[in-house]
Design a protein around this ligand. Structure first.
Ligand SMILES: NC(=O)c1ccc[n+]([C@@H]2O[C@H](COP(=O)([O-])OP(=O)(O)OC[C@H]3O[C@@H](n4cnc5c(N)ncnc54)[C@H](OP(=O)(O)O)[C@@H]3O)[C@@H](O)[C@H]2O)c1
Length: 338
């Protein structure tokens, strides 16, 4: 990659209050300088994820005082390095960067990131577009399969299954011989997943859904569920599964509180827990993370690929968010940083 001239100022999307997309302004700010063990990344693309929407409303796990720069992940090129061997190693490399930790979100033309967890090297053959979506969903899909295998589950249940993540979990499930019981909320999503090879897809808005779900869970011996919706659906899922089952809630797309009947917990020995990628990764050893990252990159062109619906310049971030929220299933919206 050629030497890039670093400008004095850059374009940044700034969230001024936890009030959603309308509270975002586009600003010019000085380009930050990397310190020890830090690199400066010229960000190429960043997706809009459900976690970004939650962040904009102050409903995510991080809630720094505003103004903040949002953007949970992205990809770009390292164009400057602070002192330190690792920082120098990354200079000129294509990287995926995480929006968490020091340096903040990545909806910014340039971002400073720590080499200790803030950037991950990307294979040259991967596009910046796919690289920008290589951390959150691909690693979560890998984590779900890892958790399922550790518990010797031959079948798992997934809600909001027509999502980008859902398609990845289905692809990996097929590869690993794990049956996925998919729950979606519309008939078009049933057709979409079936066209992609899913065998079991139920529509939660269809009459008789709960009875059908119960039958399917017993027939397939599904005792582990990953729930992205929360609200009443969590209870329906927990009720449908056999004794000793567990639901891991990993998002709250319904924006409702989880509802659970205490009988299920007390008399059926069922369990309810949460999943968040960051802490899950922190609990893995370095060797495992390196292996996971290698596998993710290898599988991004096929099993872990994200569909892109449209690319917007960062200046049009508000329109991009409105387009994304109109219907999330139709693919990811990417923000182009410059
Ligand atoms: N905890 C973690 O560490 C972690 C990590 C990765 C992802 N996640 C979560 O995983 C989920 C999927 O992420 P993604 O990036 O793959 O999403 P995505 O591709 O943007 O798709 C979102 C999906 O959710 C559906 N949906 C939205 N609101 C819903 C509701 N109230 N009830 C049922 N379905 C609903 C959408 O359907 P429509 O088209 O009908 O809107 C769409 O199919 C998100 O909730 C995200 O926050 C969590």
């Amino acid at each position: 990659m050629g030497k890039i001239k670093i400008p004095e100022t850059m374009t940044v999307a700034v969230l001024n209050a936890y009030e959603g997309a309308d509270a975002i302004s586009i600003e010019r700010r000085p380009v930050p300088k990397p310190g020890r063990d830090e690199v400066l990344v010229k960000v190429a693309f960043s997706p809009i994820n459900p976690s970004d929407l939650a962040t904009l409303k102050g409903h995510y796990g991080f809630k720094d005082p505003t103004p903040i720069v949002p953007g949970g992940e992205g990809a770009g090129e390292v164009v400057a390095a602070g002192p330190g061997f690792m920082a120098n190693y990354f200079l000129g490399k294509k990287v995926a960067c995480a929006g968490w930790g020091a340096g903040g979100g990545v909806w910014s033309e340039y971002v400073v990131k720590s080499v200790k967890g803030g950037v991950l090297p990307l294979k040259k053959s991967l596009s910046f577009e796919q690289g920008a979506m290589s951390i959150i969903n691909p690693l979560t899909a890998m984590a779900f399969i890892d958790i399922s295998k550790k518990g010797a589950h031959k079948a798992i249940l997934l809600t909001a299954a027509a999502s980008s993540l859902g398609k990845m979990v289905n692809n990996l499930g097929r590869k690993e011989g794990i049956q996925v019981v998919n729950i979606v909320r519309r008939d078009q999503q049933v057709e979409l997943l079936k066209a992609q090879g899913a065998e079991i897809v139920l529509n939660s808005n269809e009459t008789g859904f709960e009875e059908r779900l119960h039958d399917v869970c017993y027939q397939t011996n599904t005792r582990l569920a990953f729930d992205a919706v929360a609200g009443e659906l969590t209870n329906q899922v927990l009720n449908a599964m056999p004794q000793d089952s567990k639901v891991l809630v990993f998002s709250a797309l319904s924006q409702q509180k989880v509802q659970v009947s205490p009988d299920q917990l007390i008399f059926e020995n069922k369990m309810l827990d949460g999943f968040w990628l960051g802490p899950w990764m922190s609990n893995q050893n370095v060797l495992k993370i390196i292996q996971l990252w290698k596998r993710v990159q290898k599988q991004i062109p096929n099993h872990l690929k994200s569909e892109v619906r449209k690319i917007y310049p960062i200046q049009e971030v508000k329109e991009a968010i409105h387009e994304y929220t109109r219907q999330m299933t139709r693919g990811k919206i990417l923000l182009k940083m410059s």
